[in-house]
Design a protein around this ligand. Sequence first.
Ligand SMILES: Cc1cc2nc3c(=O)[nH]c(=O)nc-3n(C[C@H](O)[C@H](O)[C@H](O)COP(=O)(O)OP(=O)(O)OC[C@H]3O[C@@H](n4cnc5c(N)ncnc54)[C@H](O)[C@@H]3O)c2cc1C
Length: 380
Amino acid sequence: MSNSIIKSDVIILGAGINGSGIARELALSGRKVTVIDKATIGSGTSSKSSRLIHGGLRYLETMQFKLVHEALHDRQELLQIYPDLVKMKSFYIPIYKPSPRPAWMIRIGLKFYDLLSGRNRQHHSRIIPRKNFSIHAASFKTDGLKAVFHYYDAKTNDLKLTQKVARDAIDSGASFYENCSVHSIINNELNFVIQAKNAIFEAPILINATGPWIDEVNEKYSLPANYKIRKISGIHITLDGLLTQDLMFMQTKKKRIFFVIPEQENNQTIIGTTEREETDKIDEISINESDINYLIENINQYLKPGFKILRQNVKDSWIGVRPLIAEAENPTNLSREYELDLLKFGEATLLHIFGGKLTTYLSLARKVKQALYKKNGKAT
Ligand SMILES: Cc1cc2nc3c(=O)[nH]c(=O)nc-3n(C[C@H](O)[C@H](O)[C@H](O)COP(=O)(O)OP(=O)(O)OC[C@H]3O[C@@H](n4cnc5c(N)ncnc54)[C@H](O)[C@@H]3O)c2cc1C
């Protein structure tokens, strides 16, 4: 490529799950779409998640009903369209004495989750006899165990899912440019003209789907926006072998949630996640040793003596940054919902994607299409 001008209907910055999902949706409806990523497809937050395709049981506590309902709806659709990549799994919630949340509260939450997830009774929650818990989690203590709940949610491989969605977009005509750094973005009120590595891209619509990098991108290229994000990192650690047969939904003493996620296909167990507000630039954020210790300490309080985890048992770890819309004080209570921030400049349209979970990329992509092409297929 030698400084050729590549024209399209829409340019998307960022090839995470949201950028790739939007590219697929718009390409399927016949738009010429170009996706530019400074790194590779799915290499951002979309490969650093807990790999769950879920409504998010804990978001019921913060009354994010709209998000849970939408996510459960998307979960159902993803189970159907990507059955090899998105699979329903068994989850257990053991309640020990003293529990930061009473068993009745978990029970009500699960009933509500069942209701929001639809009529499929096969996947509804139930209480299981405490004596059966060891069959699923031989490494877990049984003393102090008050109740055990069982429910279903879905699991994926986040990177493979993002790559598959991007592949679908490419098969529908979208072009992806990886490792393509952007030098400048000019808005001439007709088009956005992007000067990037080895090429100039031009389109009347620019979608900023750069996840946690969004504020940095807006500042660097002087793109106006109505929202800002708070950068809340989360780490995961992995252990060799399977600590449990099924997924475990656990609580810390301070009411935070973490998951134990066995992956039979990789013969490993993932434990996560944490929450830490970050002020550094995204590319400079690294794992804090105290977060690794936090996960080890919290899982160890539930394990039988012979199964306790030591620091040297941690095989791998990774960190991702949630792009959460800045509003609440406590990071746990920050909304996981997303906002589409649409700005018009003459004939040119800029759309920022603020927030958005892996699970909800389908709904988000459809809303983007609606927001852009409400009237007679023309950009609004
Ligand atoms: C610890 C953790 C656990 C999570 N667990 C779950 C979960 O289990 N289930 C769930 O549904 N959600 C989960 N999430 C949320 C989910 O992972 C993210 O919300 C989602 O992946 C965001 O996708 P995205 O496409 O918006 O951003 P990203 O995947 O981060 O993509 C943004 C892309 O923009 C690119 N980019 C950045 N700057 C530029 C630039 N200047 N020019 C071009 N490209 C650029 C980056 O390289 C990147 O590829 C979790 C998040 C975290 C951090």
